[in-house]
Write a protein that binds this ligand. Structure first.
Ligand code: GLA
Length: 343
């Protein structure tokens, strides 16, 4: 058994399908090459020690009894606790965490960290990850929900763990079917630009939107908004009507994106990004002035489409640029990279 392993978890970009995952809907994410690296080394004793190199902070806790401590420490403590609860025998270890993904950028540094932590801890214990990685994605999502306190869905964890290089994943969150779809951009490219407003999940509008979706489906008497009809939604009181309308139209845009990608029609893909953004801004009200300014600047620079990416209320903007269109300063070119893995 190795006494030192290194695991890498990628960040993700969601091409389209925002705020649909927790509504049994559709989305189309891919992993990027920025992410989080966790180096795990076996140590003597009964503790897990962790160092967040980017923050210059440390943690130490009893392997047998992880307890909440707040902040980044709860990702580590939650990963250890959830893996042990799932029956994995972990070893005392020293964990070093480093990343090149800006936190709060909406590119899911959280899921990158969860994926890298769980793979490193399992790797050091000489245990293989579950054959069906969707199981590990659920475990990672429990870290986020039950330890960190963000009621997020499964989008980011599935993207980090099941990604395929050169492909976007078309995910159906009702069946949890994950279909890799090739992304051929030719001379075009996708870039992300940070809006400057930091995005967080715990304590943001994110949990409020989830509650509104819950209220909308209860008012409609259905198990999930995937089953909502246009007529039913039209009869809801505001703002539930607009929230549910976003989910319905966004699911349709994911299906449309699959078609235009298959046809190689990137102008149409850009128009879908714009439509998604308009819906997130007007119906879902998940945008903020900094994000709006970033979208406007990208459109003015000639982007075929631009939209907020991830949970919203800050974070990054994704833009599709045609041939010859210059990326603004500070833009990050993103392309589908490999899934979380041991290095
Ligand atoms: C965040 C959450 C995801 C998803 C997106 C919005 O990234 O972690 O589960 O809900 O927001 O699409």
């Amino acid at each position: 058994m190795a006494d030192r392993v290194v695991a890498r978890g990628p960040g993700r970009v969601n091409l389209i399908g925002e705020h649909t995952d927790y509504n049994d809907g559709l989305a189309m994410p891919f992993a990027i090459d920025r992410g989080v690296t966790v180096t795990a080394t076996a140590i003597d004793g009964h503790e897990v020690r962790a160092r967040a190199l980017d923050l210059g902070e440390e943690d130490a806790f009893a392997l047998a009894r992880p307890e909440r401590a707040g902040g980044w420490r709860d990702f580590v403590r939650g990963a250890v606790a959830e893996l042990q609860a799932a029956g994995h025998a972990l070893r005392p270890s020293q964990l070093e965490i480093a990343g090149d993904l800006p936190r709060g950028s909406g590119l899911s540094s959280s899921a990158a960290l969860e994926a890298a932590l769980t793979l490193a801890l399992l790797g050091l214990a000489g245990e293989a990850p579950p054959e069906d990685l969707r199981e590990l994605a659920r475990l990672c999502s429990r870290i986020e929900n039950d330890w960190v306190g963000a009621e997020t869905g499964l989008l980011d964890q599935l993207a980090a763990l099941l990604a395929r290089e050169g492909h976007v994943l078309e995910i159906d969150f009702r069946s949890l079917d994950v279909l890799p779809v090739p992304l051929s951009l030719g001379e075009w490219r996708l870039v992300t630009v940070e809006s400057g407003a930091t995005h967080t999940h715990a304590g943001s509008g994110y949990n409020e939107r989830r509650a509104e979706c819950r209220a909308a489906r209860e008012a409609l008497g259905i198990a999930s908004l995937r089953d909502a009809s246009e007529d039913g939604v039209a009869g809801l009181p505001d703002p539930l009507r607009r929230r549910a309308r976003h989910v319905l139209t966004e699911n349709a845009r994911v299906e449309a994106m699959a078609e235009v990608l298959a046809a190689g029609d990137l102008e149409a893909a850009g128009a879908l990004l714009d439509a998604s953004h308009a819906s997130l801004r007007d119906d879902y009200e998940a945008s903020v002035p900094e994000v709006e300014a970033t979208v406007r600047a990208l459109k003015a620079a000639g982007a075929a489409g631009a939209r907020m990416v991830g949970g919203g209320f800050g974070g990054s903007v994704l833009a599709l640029l045609g041939p010859g269109i210059e990326a603004p300063a500070g833009a990050l070119t993103v392309a589908p990279g490999p899934a979380a893995r041991l290095l």
